[in-house]
Design a protein around this ligand. Structure first.
Ligand code: PAF
Length: 310
């Protein structure tokens, strides 16, 4: 079978006309939004997307709107040339990689915002620090509170806003997100429902390394020793799931088990929560399908992971 190179599109109006012309021919489109530095986890999202639509578009954009000034925007890994090679092998139809997605305020050299992270302002994103004229944000009120929303107060409104922009530009029929970012996936589902986007949102299972570490672009920042210790996250989740399956339903005890396993491996816990799979409400006793969610630091690297308990 002949494999053709994906079209690399950098401009939003060209992206929109590319999509519209395909859709007017009756072809369906799947979108996989990413921030690049693609790994097997992304490739698995792409395989899911390809099974759901005629054409697959992958977007690559490191979104300043979802990073706070104190976060790792300037060191977020990127390798566009490597990503394009992987996407060509993966057989996607188009890659949307805009150099900028937000409007610039008159007189501001908005192009300089990346890395211009001076000082910490709680509740602000790097986008605001860069002097953008962008003012409109989407907040999914309840779901974005708690878990990652507690330590990353601007993260989810930044994600929801950029995903809405991507949806408006690409106009896909289906969009695929990884369930490693469980809260993000649920927030996108709720936004699509609440704002009537005609897009089906699919959550795709977590892809793990052979030793259990959930795949993440941030894993490259772990030293070999930290990487070894970070295995305590997936180990702790499996331990707790097994205990729950054997009859331990008290969430405090299950969370303590997770905390203890990660702390013994020198991980600094950000949060451990057990929440309903639908709606993410915290639970005290397991009596419905739940998801056990964790965020922990190993050195300067913050990792997240989760495990569903049905
Ligand atoms: O999960 C990610 O990589 C990002 O949060 C996303 C969905 C591409 C939005 O920037």
């Amino acid at each position: 079978m002949e494999i053709s190179e994906p079209e690399v599109i950098r401009d939003k109006s060209l992206m929109r006309s590319w999509s519209r012309s395909r859709r007017s021919n009756g072809q369906t489109l799947a979108l996989v939004p990413t921030m690049g530095f693609l790994h097997e986890g992304h490739l698995s999202l792409i395989r899911t997307a390809k099974s759901l639509a005629d054409l697959t578009v992958v977007s690559i954009y490191i979104n300043p709107g979802q990073f706070a000034p104190s976060e790792d925007l300037s060191t977020y890994p990127s390798d566009l040339a490597g990503d394009l090679r992987k996407l060509s092998d993966a057989g996607v139809s188009a890659v949307f990689c805009p150099s900028e997605l937000y409007i610039s305020a008159p007189g501001n050299d908005f192009g300089g915002h990346l890395g211009a992270v001076n000082g910490e302002r709680v509740g602000a994103s790097c986008l605001e620090d860069g002097g953008s004229g962008h003012e409109t944000w989407i907040t999914v009120e309840r779901l974005e509170k708690g878990m990652c929303g507690t330590s990353r107060p601007v993260f989810f409104r930044g994600v929801a806003t950029v995903v809405a922009k991507l949806f408006n530009i690409v106009e896909p029929d289906v969009a695929v997100f990884g369930k490693k970012d469980y809260q993000q996936w649920q927030i996108i589902c709720r936004m699509v429902r609440d704002l009537d986007f005609a897009i089906k949102v699919i959550g795709s299972d977590i892809v793990r390394e052979a030793d259990g570490l959930a795949m993440s672009s941030r894993n490259v920042h772990l030293s070999p020793e930290q990487r070894e210790k970070a295995l305590s996250i997936s180990r702790s989740l499996s331990k707790a799931k097994l205990a729950a399956e054997k009859g331990l339903k008290n969430c405090q005890h299950l969370k303590d088990l997770v905390r203890q396993t990660i702390s013994e491996a020198d991980g600094k816990i950000d949060y451990v929560e057990i929440v309903e799979q639908q709606g993410l409400k915290p639970v005290e006793e397991i009596s419905c399908p739940v998801v056990l969610c964790v965020a922990a630091w190993f050195g300067n690297v913050r990792l997240i992971d989760n495990l569903e308990i049905d």
